[in-house]
Design a protein around this ligand. Sequence first.
Ligand SMILES: O=P(O)(O)OC[C@H]1O[C@@H](O)[C@H](O)[C@@H]1O
Length: 149
Amino acid sequence: MKIVIGNDHAGFELKGAIVTCLAGQGHEVIDCGSFTTESMDFPVSVKRVITKLRELDDALGILVCGTGVGMSIAANKYDGIRAALVHDLFTARMTREHNDSNVLCLGARVISEDDALNIVNTWLSSSYLGGKYDVRNKMIRDIEVTEQC
Ligand SMILES: O=P(O)(O)OC[C@H]1O[C@@H](O)[C@H](O)[C@@H]1O
């Protein structure tokens, strides 16, 4: 699967571990993040990841900063992006099955590398269930369309 990943300075190390893990599993990982621990503004990485996601078919995104909060807020401003901030395995599965999330946000200063890798693997191996969740997701989509500013 194609995975577009991005990070800021706080997410640099964890991003590297995720890239290594996913590449080792045979995924095509496109790294649009920053490549140093030098302080940078995470919305820049978010924009690069979303731009690349829009060029690709069937790709998923992963964003890593200190808490994952800022990146999830920024990513959800983009049309068609359903970004989920996840720090546990249950939510990792639910947000794919129920919300059809297409971007995973992680906080490198919140969870361990092991936990993050387990979350990434759970998220990637879970699938959207559709059905009644389509109704709810369409309601969210309607907000995006009608509240556009
Ligand atoms: O290292 P500094 O710039 O203090 O904090 C940046 C981090 O704090 C939060 O806003 C974000 O998670 C970002 O990654």
